[in-house]
Design a protein. Structure first.
Length: 233
């Protein structure tokens, strides 16, 4: 049973979403501010967190930043319909997905299940029964799907579930272009709609993480209007 942490200062959202998730078989923990959630997370991390952005004591951005220092667990942001800048910033900081308020609880459940399936697939090596389960080495890059580990030039790089799957999809065929639509298919289930900006934000975050261990990292190339390509050094 997956443990889901809901963090939102709107008690109506906490109550209704928690009831829905519990009915779906999840174990749910609720917090009405970021500081309370962070204090609980330092004792025991949940399997996934669903965070509001604007909260008292510690907002969702600050909480996400602290979470990412400790874990790559999936994180979904809840955003207001006018929070487009916050959505992009959140994805660049390491969120895996976002859902706009007001939202369909069925949609949120589907996105939670999709992220948990992808995380489980990576953890168990069941991403596929072919090449995707094997350790992959591409020049200075080494990826181990069974351990969800990535190294560049021998240095560890901590990636979220989404970032890992996007890098894996690009690096499997160096020199070949992956369109944004193809990358969406890799990162999200068919029933989940995301736009081009979401993929672009994940790629920017991925590049930033790779450059944190090598400021000359340039293996992921943007082909404007087409997509992305991994170039093996």
């Amino acid at each position: 049973m997956a443990r889901i942490a809901l963090v939102d200062d709107d008690r109506n959202i906490l109550t209704s979403v928690a009831m829905t998730l519990e009915a779906e078989g999840f174990e749910v923990e609720t917090y009405n501010d970021g500081q309370s959630a962070y204090d609980a997370f330092t004792r025991k991390m949940p399997d996934m967190a669903v965070l509001d952005i604007k909260m008292p004591r510690m907002d969702g951005m600050d909480l996400l930043q602290r979470i990412r220092q400790k874990t790559s667990m999936p994180v979904i942001f809840l955003t207001s319909k006018d929070d487009e800048i916050d959505e992009v910033l959140g994805l660049r900081m390491g969120a895996d997905d976002y859902v706009k308020k007001p939202f369909s609880q069925r949609l949120l459940v589907e996105r939670i299940r999709a992220l948990l399936r992808r995380q489980e697939a990576i953890a168990t090596g069941e991403v596929a029964v072919t090449e995707e389960t094997k350790i992959m080495e591409r020049g200075q890059l080494r990826m181990d799907p069974l351990r969800h580990s990535v190294t560049w030039k021998g240095l560890d790089v901590s990636l979220t579930v989404t970032e890992f799957m996007l890098l894996q999809a690009l690096a499997q065929r160096p020199g070949f272009v992956k369109s944004r639509d193809q990358l969406m298919d890799v990162a999200y289930d068919d029933q989940v709609y995301v736009d081009d900006r979401t993929i672009d934000s994940h790629i920017k975050r991925l590049r930033k993480k790779m450059r944190s261990v090598d400021d000359e990292f340039s293996a992921i190339e943007t082909l404007y209007g087409i997509g992305y390509r991994y170039n093996e050094a």
